[in-house]
Design a protein around this ligand. Structure first.
Ligand SMILES: [Fe+2]
Length: 270
């Protein structure tokens, strides 16, 4: 039932228009409240597990759990979503891949250390630059999907953005006072962002604000991590074809020229 509602809500043409005009799109009520609550519980468990193992979890202002699916494979639901996959096939290409995924909570948690740096602080984009690293590649080669597991409000560090900045042709200045808006949304909503949009994480508060951030890119963009190495061979084989694609299994360059000359598996098999 929930899936049927989601599909109806997922208006591809509207999202594509929004991305072009505003640099972002919001889809309301995509995940159920129950799913959000369940996911938050799991994320808190992963946070505790990683703290015990002294693994990276961000810091006392910003908790970051990269590749959360390692401990809880059920969370792969957030990496591969049928509608998002279809959308990225339209926005990018049919061979698109996952660049990074992390669950983030911009929450003050005094039990953690301040020291470990996290990304997302100060005005930035997540796009790529050329010409001495100054000019953004347009149109963008990557898009971000944010699953809101809790409400995003001005008081609990909703991500901030500069309206229409996806059309700018220069790099943002980290500390400049740009005209600012906020991604205000409800738990269960999704935001989809053009990575050229200037944005920054909000100011941390004691209120929890879990969300899952994933970046998808054209197949020739490097991932932040070697996703295919995070699984045992059998586990990797058992994943659905879309997940294998997202984890770059179909776009690893051949070892040398003797077996294949094409990078994409789809092209190799032709
Ligand atoms: Fe970012």
């Amino acid at each position: 039932m929930i899936k049927k509602i989601s599909k109806k809500l997922f208006n591809f043409n509207k999202i594509l228009k929004d991305l072009e005009n505003k640099g972002f799109s919001r889809i309301k009520n995509y995940k159920s409240e129950e799913k959000c609550l369940k996911t938050i519980k799991v994320l808190e468990t992963i946070l505790s597990l990683r703290i015990k193992k002294s693994e990276f979890v961000g810091n006392s202002n910003n908790q970051v759990l990269y590749n959360y699916f390692i401990e809880f494979p059920d969370l792969l639901d957030f990496v591969y979503d049928e509608n998002i996959f279809k959308l990225m096939s339209k926005v990018l290409d049919e061979d698109h891949v996952l660049t990074s995924t992390s669950a983030r909570n911009k929450r003050i948690l005094k039990t953690l250390e301040k020291s470990s740096g996290t990304s997302g602080i100060g005005w930035h984009t997540d796009t790529r630059y050329v010409f001495q690293n100054k000019v953004p590649v347009k149109p963008s080669l990557s898009y971000i999907v944010i699953f809101l597991l809790e409400d995003f409000t001005k008081e609990n560090a909703a991500t901030q953005f500069v309206p229409y900045s996806h059309k700018f042709n220069f790099r943002p200045e980290r500390n400049k006072a740009y005209e600012t808006d906020f991604f205000i949304g409800k738990k269960g909503d999704i935001f989809i962002l053009d990575t050229s949009l200037f944005h920054k994480a909000g100011v941390s508060s004691i209120k929890s604000r879990w969300a899952i951030f994933s970046m998808y890119s054209s197949w020739f963009i490097k991932p932040y991590f070697q996703f295919d190495k995070m699984f045992k061979k059998k586990e990797l084989e058992s994943l659905n074809p879309e997940l294998k694609q997202l984890f770059h299994c179909n776009s690893i360059p051949p070892k040398n020229h003797r077996k294949n000359r094409a990078t994409l598996k789809r092209v190799q098999n032709k």
